[in-house]
Structure formats: C-alpha cells, structure tokens
Design a protein around this ligand. Structure first.
Ligand code: UD1
Ligand code: UDP
Length: 374
C-alpha cells in the first residue's frame, strides 16, 4: 500500500478532496491508503463539518485547528503542525489542492522534507501577485513533483514558466512531471448534481432568482469596494430576487465597515441572505439559478459546468476559457459593469457551453499517474 497524506483546510479544498477520495475507494482501494490532515483554516460547522458526511470524505485523522490568523502566523502554524505529522506518518506523497494558505503550507512542509508534493489544480495564474492566492499558486507549483493541470491554459502557463513537457519515469522536485488532466470539480459536479436533484431541500422555496457569492478579500476588506458591489446588488434586486449565501468573511466585514447599510440589505425582501450552504444545496441553487454573480473561483466554474452564465466580480480570472467563449463576463467591483453584465445575460443567455474541463474522470487519471510515479 502507498500512503498518501491529503492536506485540506478551506471549504473548496474539502469539496475537491472528495473527488480523489471517491476515486481511491472505487478504483484504487488496494493501492493507496489515504490519511487526511485538516489545517483548521475553516472551522465553522457550515464551512467544514457539513461537507464530510454529505460528500463521503474520510474524516481527518489530524486537525491542526489553526483558525483565523494573519497570513504569516496562520501559514507558520500550519507548516509546523504539518511537519510533525509528516515525521510521524512518513507518507510516500502529499496531495495539496488549489491555492489557499493550507496549500502553501503543505507544499513548503513536504518539499523541505523531500516528500513528493502532488499539486492538484496546478498551473493556474491570474497574473496578479497582489492576490494572496497567486503567491500560493506559484510557490506551490515550484515545490511540486507531480503537477496536475485542470485546463490547457494551466498546462501552458507552467511550460512558459520553465517546466518541462518530458514525462519522467521517476519524477523528482528537480525533474517534475506536468499533466493535463481535466478538472476534478467537473467530476464532482457531474457526480453530485445527480444526488442534489433527487433530494428535498428547504431552499426549494426560492424560484426565479440570481445566485450570488462574495468573499474575495479585495472585495470585502475595502469599504469603498464592498459598498460599490453591494450597491450594485441592491440595484439589481429592484427587479430580481437574489439569493446570497454569505461567507463569514463578508458577514464580518459588512458588520464592521458598513453596519447600517448591512441592516438595510438584510431587510430588503428581494435579497435573501442565508448562511453558507452545504455542497449539495449549493449545486441545487446553481442548477436552479438563472444567472450567477460571484467572485469565487469554484462557483464561476460550476456555473459554467451547469450551463449558467456568470458575472465575475474580479478584474481577471484564472479560468480564462469561460470568458473567452463569452459565457462569463468580468465586471470587477464596478457598479456599472455589474449591472450591465447582469442585464446582458438576462437578455442574451449563452447558447452553448463548449467542454474545456475533461470527461468527468480526471480523478481516476490523476491516481493512475500517482501510482505509476511514486
Ligand atoms: C480562504 C482562501 C481563499 C479561498 C477561500 C474559500 C487564503 C489566503 N484564502 O479565504 O483563497 O477562496 O478561503 O472560501 O487561503 N471565518 C469564519 N469561519 C470560518 C472561516 C473563516 O468566521 O470557518 C472568517 C474569519 O473572520 C476569518 C475570515 O473569515 O478571518 C477569512 O478566513 P480565511 O480562511 O483567512 O480566508 P477566506 O476569505 O476564507
Ligand atoms: N460552496 C458551498 N456552499 C456555499 C458557497 C460555496 O458549498 O455556501 C462551494 C461551491 O459550490 C464551490 C466551493 O464552495 O464548490 C467554492 O468555495 P469558495 O467560493 O469558498 O472558494 P474559491 O473557490 O473561491 O476558492
């Protein structure tokens, strides 16, 4: 058996990990044993625990419980805790997902101990190094031995950064292997949308609505940006119902920076502010929504998978394909652009959604490569 240590910490990583855990259970149960380490970056019941039972993810053997701290303190505590676990568990490889501080900590801790780092969702770039996630992506990729890219854009970014197209029989940190795999979140969306459609949920009371999520620090932690975005949401709500599962970061910043405006928004009958929802409920909402307004990396892609147009509250995105085909529009934090883009899609829904993200079997492909290389 090859022991793999999986590092998760933030909501989207917990969800992503379910695709690989499921594929281990289904296709590689004789090959891999998986130990899960949760850094504790996200800890609210509805940001973490809810996903484990719903998505059949192995419960973490370790939880570092680092909680919410400054970037340096949070990442440092994670590195320290991960190192201790690596010394104890001695895995053959460490899987990290995406671009959060938990990803970065895993990459640094494992690579310094010469344990191969397996980065799933490698190669993505926004080319904006003021985003904490961009630093996390670049550093994590350059500490990795196996890099799995969900899109050809990601693969080409890595080749441009000097990674080699050559596939080594036994890759190392100095001679890493880069693969184009498709997107494990496409695997997940296909798998869980079937389950989501069959279940009953209290969210079925919402009909004919726009779904909205906001949590990017550049949008929430700056009073002017937060006000501009929520003013646009308020203007759109004059003609549309908006369902808004509120990220704890955004809730905190609205309460602190714009308390009276937040109260006004909360009492607006057309803006349905709800706590973060489970993944099956989120897929349900995304499937039912007519349009999605979001600054989330994951949600903009799920919108695309589920054939919904999206208005992206960022100046750029790593998922350039969905912009290039015209099915998502970048509106940044601009009041006018958010309203214009929303109106555009309400009047001009996209007709086709070309497939850029694989065949829904990316997790199996990834595990096959890990098995051959480790
Ligand atoms: C993090 C990731 C971001 C990812 C997002 C997914 C980094 C640098 N950022 O951002 O890339 O898109 O997760 O959701 O890793 N909080 C709670 N309860 C929780 C978690 C957070 O109340 O369970 C609040 C705290 O006030 C905390 C704030 O949210 O300070 C931000 O949390 P943090 O994990 O630092 O960043 P996110 O914005 O969640
Ligand atoms: N998500 C969820 N419940 C919510 C909001 C989002 O399950 O209330 C899921 C969403 O479907 C996607 C993932 O969380 O799979 C995206 O996470 P988030 O937006 O927090 O982070 P990002 O993708 O931007 O890193």
């Amino acid at each position: 058996m090859k022991k793999i240590l999986t590092i998760i910490g933030a909501r989207p990583q917990i969800i992503k990990s379910s695709a690989i855990s499921r594929a281990i259970k289904t296709h590689f149960s004789e090959v891999f044993s998986e130990v899960v380490l949760h850094t504790g970056q996200h800890y609210d019941e509805n940001m973490s625990d809810v996903f484990f039972s719903e998505l059949e993810i192995p419960y973490p053997k370790y939880n570092l419980k680092v909680g919410s701290l400054s970037h340096g303190e949070q990442t440092a505590k994670m590195i320290e805790g991960i190192e201790e676990v690596l010394v104890k568990e001695k895995p053959q490889g460490v899987i990290i997902y995406g671009d959060t501080n938990s990803t970065l900590a895993g990459a640094i801790a494992a690579s310094k101990m010469l344990i191969p780092v397996i980065h799933i969702e490698a190669g993505l770039r926004s080319f904006d190094k003021t985003m904490p996630e961009e630093i996390n992506r670049v550093v994590s990729d350059h500490c990795s031995t196996l890099l799995f890219c969900p899109s050809s854009t990601g693969y080409n970014n890595l080749i441009r950064e000097g990674f080699n197209k050559k596939i080594y029989e036994k890759p190392t940190i100095n001679n890493p292997n880069v693969y184009l795999t498709g997107d494990i979140m496409y695997d997940n969306t296909l798998y869980f949308s079937k389950k989501a459609s069959k279940r009953k949920t209290p969210l079925s009371i919402y009909d004919d609505f726009i779904l909205c999520t906001i949590h990017r620090n550049s949008n929430t932690d700056n009073k002017e940006n937060l006000l501009e975005i929520f003013s646009a949401i308020k203007a759109i709500s004059e003609n549309q119902t908006i369902v808004l599962p509120l990220h704890p970061r955004t809730k905190k910043m609205l309460s602190e920076l714009l308390p009276s405006f937040f109260e006004e928004i909360q009492s607006n009958n057309n803006i349905k502010i709800i706590p973060p929802v489970s993944f099956l409920d989120m897929i349900y909402l995304e499937t039912k929504a007519k349009l999605i307004i979001t600054d989330s990396g994951g949600v903009q892609k799920e919108a695309y998978f589920l054939k919904k147009p999206s208005v992206i509250l960022r100046p750029q995105t790593e998922w350039v394909e969905i912009i290039e085909c015209g099915n998502a529009l970048l509106a940044g934090k601009s009041y006018n652009k958010i309203i214009e883009s929303t109106n555009w899609f309400i009047n001009n829904p996209p007709k086709a959604y070309p497939n850029y993200f694989g065949d829904g079997q990316s997790s199996k492909f990834i595990l096959d490569k890990i098995n051959k290389c480790l």
